[in-house]
Design a protein around this ligand. Structure first.
Ligand SMILES: [Zn+2]
Length: 428
């Protein structure tokens, strides 16, 4: 709990419709004032306040990444809660939600409590765990979602795999309708993507690799939207990668279905041709697709079909990624490159305003997860991120705080980087 005084920044707080230059103060770890000179001066004059000159910089609520794999417990050689949240802090995030596909799987109330316990001792940022939908991610029996929700789970997901049993998904969404939590779905029909290591298309045929068709994703998105419509539950589609999925979510919303969606930078920045250049550092599920899909994802971000921006930070050790296309695990790290990728590829070209982009990483994910974050309202937690929109830097993965270095963005020159991250007023 600390005091901080941030002067002359462009304060962007989408939750309160603020976009203006001014001062922001944090007292005892809470937002004390936004552009009010009286309180500001009091904090500024306090002996303990750290002062930041934010002229030319953007001051926002602490960023939230609603899709992170922290790997602890069970895969500490890839990442730990300590190292993953250090990477998050370095990337401008003060809150992250972590997926349940650890070992053991987070599938009981005790395991939810265990994540909060480890996080309270080692995490740099706030950590909000998801519980799994099915026991041990096996897809055949629902977990005690009611109990896990009471223990602090912010939603439920079998991310990494799809719950192929539609009746189980119906039951999970029915409970969502009753209790209000989101069901976060990884959408790939397992029979259609069996053995697939990339997108099905020209490049997969050229390389002689098994590809997963867009239909594998679209079919599950369509099914789950129908189940959300039937039950009234809240469906959240993770990492949308196809034009078809964007269209289905858009239609679902128009019909009044409670469906939300997120996209990850790699899915609007890279096509499947990247596999030829970068090999396993471009291998993920759902896979990189085509320019048509990229255009649709960006359009979805612009018209609000895609609500949130998330990273799907998925660290893997170098020796695992070196195994070759068939054996290497899926996923890339993303926490430290998200802000510059968003500013360079969405804000700079004018697809989104800075405020729209920031809303997708603050107020919107906070509301989807039902967490009391993502706002600069007076009296709320003093989590604040300062971004330098003009700073140009090259991605240097050797400087990453993550334990892993699997990124396809190595060496990219990007404009707009996180500058300072404050959690409860204290620099992290
Ligand atoms: Zn996933």
């Amino acid at each position: 709990m600390s005091d901080a005084f941030i002067t002359n920044g462009r304060i962007i707080d989408p939750a309160n419709d603020i976009d203006e230059v001014g001062d922001l103060s944090i007292a005892n770890g809470k937002i004390a004032s936004v552009n009010s000179s009286r309180t500001s001066r009091a904090v500024q004059q306090s002996q303990t306040a750290t002062v930041y000159d934010a002229a030319g910089l953007i001051v926002t609520p602490g960023l939230i990444d609603m899709h992170v794999h922290l790997r602890e417990p069970g895969f500490e050689h890839k990442e730990t809660i300590a190292t993953g949240t250090a990477a998050a802090a370095a990337g401008g995030f003060t809150s992250i939600a972590c997926m349940a596909n650890t070992s053991p799987v987070i599938d009981t109330p005790e395991k939810i409590e265990q994540i909060y316990d480890i996080a309270s001792k080692t995490a740099k940022t706030n950590v909000f765990p998801f519980g799994s939908i099915t026991k041990n991610l096996a897809g055949d029996e629902l977990t005690d979602m009611r109990g896990m929700y009471s223990a602090g789970a912010v939603g439920f997901s079998d991310d990494g795999v799809t719950v192929m049993n539609a009746a189980l998904m119906r039951d999970a969404l029915a409970l969502s309708a009753e209790l209000g939590f989101p069901i976060m779905v990884h959408c790939e029909e397992h029979n259609l993507n069996a053995g697939a290591v990339m997108n099905l298309g020209e490049t997969s045929r050229k390389l002689g690799l098994i590809g997963s068709p867009n239909a594998a994703e679209d079919i599950i998105v369509a099914r789950d939207i129908m189940l959300a419509e039937m039950t009234g539950g809240h469906l959240h589609v993770l990492h949308v990668s196809t034009a078809g999925a964007v269209g289905l979510v858009r239609q679902g919303k128009l019909r009044g279905v409670h469906v939300t969606a997120e996209a990850c930078p790699h899915h609007w920045l890279l096509t499947d041709t990247e596999i030829e250049k970068q090999g396993t550092d471009a291998k993920m599920h759902p896979p990189l697709r085509t320019q048509t899909d990229i255009d649709a994802v960006i359009e979805g971000l612009c018209d609000g079909t895609i609500d949130a921006i998330a990273t799907d930070h998925a660290p893997h050790a170098p020796e695992e990624k070196k195994q070759g296309m068939l054996e290497a695990p899926n996923g890339i790290i993303g926490l430290e490159t998200c802000v510059p990728l968003v500013f360079t590829s969405l804000v700079e070209p004018g697809h989104l305003t800075a405020a729209e982009a920031i809303a997708k990483m603050t107020a919107i994910p906070a509301s989807l997860l039902g967490i009391n974050r993502g706002t600069l309202a007076i009296g709320t937690v003093g989590d604040v991120t300062v971004i330098n929109p003009d700073l140009v830097n090259q991605v240097d993965v050797t400087k990453s705080r993550s334990k892993s270095q699997n990124t396809p963005f190595s060496g990219w020159k990007l404009k707009g980087w996180q500058a300072v991250t404050l959690r409860e007023g204290r620099e992290i």
